[in-house]
Design a binder for this molecule. Structure first.
Ligand code: PHE
Ligand code: CO
Length: 298
């Protein structure tokens, strides 16, 4: 039996590039129609990441994976995840067809609902997929929703998104970069060493290694306005990672009203993804840039 394919509505130019936009409605997770292959893809990806991530992902992430029982075999049931989430931080997963229009996405986050694509990649796509699937959304994002500070950050981001949307496209771009460099590709400096917390990294075998071990990319201390003014890559591993000290630091840094920051950034040119600002960056590692492609930042 074949799993139904997600309903693609149209392609649309968005702040994340040219992406498919899907039906916006929340659907029921079609758990009983996952094939044996679908479950095997989950198990393979899960095992691969779990062998790699201890000592690489932050402890909060690893704790979340264990608490949800994400490795109990096969694709988890959202209803079971939701029972754990409800009592821990009041978040809820909703099943969706795929990437959502910005306002719909922000509205979910602002109400502590995290949209998860219900479909999973095919076996030939284990290493690369151009749009988020169930493995990325669930394994990558959901474990940290058990952390109270990160959980609050995600909701605040959703509210901030509605505000940025009302201010205009430049503000939205600034805010999207913040999501990219924290929620998707963030690193955190812990007493045990540099660790990963970004969902785009923990759900990728290659980038889980590259982000910490490679000499090529920059690793720079988190600075809010710097991050919001830095372009990023959607087609390659990141050229720069921004490093937070703690989730509390991230939450506190993003608490102020961004309106004046958006206004200020409108007057300045954005930094390229690979730039290092010698005068102001707190540099953990200045990248060798080996293998970097030029001129394709978003
Ligand atoms: N403080 C931000 C604003 O005024 C909202 C926000 C919070 C955005 C947390 C991102 C993360 O717009
Ligand atoms: Co994601």
């Amino acid at each position: 039996m074949q799993t139904a394919t997600p309903r693609k509505v149209e392609h649309q130019q968005t702040d994340r590039g040219y992406v498919p936009v899907y039906a916006t409605g929340v659907v029921e997770q079609p758990w009983s129609s996952y094939t044996r292959t679908d479950h095997e893809v989950w198990d393979t990806l899960f095992k691969r990441q779990c062998e790699l991530l201890p000592g690489r992902a932050c402890q909060e992430f690893l704790d979340g994976v264990a608490k949800f029982g994400l490795g109990d075999g096969g694709i988890p049931k959202f209803a079971e995840i939701n029972q754990v989430l409800a009592s821990a931080t009041g978040w809820e997963l909703v099943a969706v067809e795929g990437l959502l229009p910005d306002e719909v996405f922000f509205d979910h986050l602002a109400n502590r609902r995290f949209p998860v694509s219900w479909w999973i990649r095919k076996p030939e796509q284990l290493d690369y997929l151009s749009e988020p699937d169930l493995f990325h959304d669930l394994f990558g994002h959901v474990p940290l929703l058990l952390n109270p500070v990160f959980a609050d950050y995600m909701q605040a981001y959703g509210r901030g998104g509605m505000k940025a949307h009302a201010i205009g496209p430049e503000a939205l771009m600034n805010l999207t970069r913040l999501y990219w460099y924290t929620v998707e590709f963030g690193l955190i400096d812990t007493p045990q060493g540099m660790r990963i917390y970004g969902a785009g990294i923990v759900s990728s075998k290659g980038e889980s290694i590259y982000s910490l071990d490679s000499d090529a990319p920059n690793r720079i201390g988190f600075d809010l306005a710097r991050v919001m003014n830095t372009r990023y890559r959607i087609d390659t591993y990141q050229q720069t990672y921004f490093v937070i000290d703690s989730f509390e630091q991230l939450f506190e840094a993003t608490r102020p009203d961004f309106t004046p920051i958006y206004a200020r950034l409108r007057q300045s040119r954005p930094h390229a993804a690979a730039d290092v600002l010698d005068a102001s960056d707190r540099i953990y590692h200045c990248g060798s840039r080996e293998g970097f492609a030029a001129n394709a930042d978003t």
